[in-house]
Design a protein around this ligand. Sequence first.
Ligand code: SPQ
Length: 441
Amino acid sequence: MSESILTNKIRFLVKPGGVLRGSIRVPGDKSISHRSIMLGSLANGVTQISGFLEGDDSLATLKAFRTMGVTIDGPHDGRVTVHGVGMHGLQQPSVALDLGNSGTSMRLLCGLLAGQGMNLTLTGDASLSSRPMRRVTEPLSSMGAAIDTTDNGTAPLHIKAVGHLDSIHYQLPVASAQVKSCVLLAGLYAQGESCVVEPAPTRDHTERMLRGFGYAVTTDGNRICLDGGGCLTATTIDVPADISSAAFFLVGASIAQGSDLTLRHVGMNPTRIGVINILRKMGASIEISNQLQVGGEPVADLRVRGAGLKGIQIPESQVPLAIDEFPVLFVAAACAQGETVLTGAEELRVKESDRIQVMADGLQTLGIDAAPTADGMVIRGGKMRGGRVDSHGDHRIAMAFAIAALCADGEIVIDDCANVDTSFPGFADLVNSIGMRLEIG
Ligand code: SPQ
């Protein structure tokens, strides 16, 4: 039997009920971990990273840079040392770069590698190979890059060596940090000033980290610009705990009455805190303390206690700021009193799975009135029963349904959970240590 057939068989069996108590630190931020390897590799000097996410996605990025000749020590307990090779020091790999399940790796690498004068192929698993890539290859083509996709605009991507890249002034058609970052990273290798204009603010870790490596980036409202041809200087990076991973516990402790849980050192970048804003609007009790800055990123401890949630109309302004948290926010809505309406979130349909359809299907199986729409969902909170749901290999769907068991009255069995390791290694042990009963079957 092939390895993929075996890993598809990993199931979570989660007993109903439970109360979450304690104080935990969830694994490192995935977005920041990817970028720390990318910029560390291109820098002059040695970059020391702590808190690095040892998940399959960020490890795929790490492996890709090793394949391009970068010496990287670790990870050892989240510590990684990257011996930067400078802006032009990457070596042409002799094999395709396999980026597994990771959209961030593929889209950011596409920009970073487009102007390196190398011929490369980027591949991924079945899920990544079905996600749209023209959103990055089109602006890169306007810059003079030569990148082939399949006829459907998907991976594998074949990047061909070109002499140089032209700068670009690009109006992003979708609010996407990956597209923004891709264009900015290509802009490092272009002649002149490149700018991107966002339709709405998206996570700005690339801009913050470029500045941390000494590269000038200007942000003026929704317009972000940089000049090509500069260099990066190695630095030290402390990766905060991932707010997208903390989100499972913000929801879990909110819906499990009697819970009292502290999440330590959570990344609180203003472009990522939509989940807190939305949960508070639903009535959640979340206290923020110990606020500090680590390497240009704000962090804080979050104390969350059980609270009766109510349904809301989710403000569209919060959608890009909480884009990865909707699977578990749908669970919050299912356990809330009244109706929750999400609109303006069509991007959810092109993530690791179609997160609108897959969550609606699973919630309906559990007895919840969840109606998918083209760009969101209408959920009427109600009594949740146990049942068997399919995560479709999507890490965030698997973890969201595990959290749902806290307010269900029967066991929830979740199929196809291996990819939880892409963003949250150790999820099962951690939830069991604070009051849940999850078995891996
Ligand atoms: O890396 P990948 O697979 O795209 O991961 C996801 C996730 O849920 O972990 C999306 F499915 O996060 C993206 C996020 O949705 C990570 C990201 C980034 O690091 O820049 C940006 C967001 O994607 P997008 O398409 O909105 O730019």
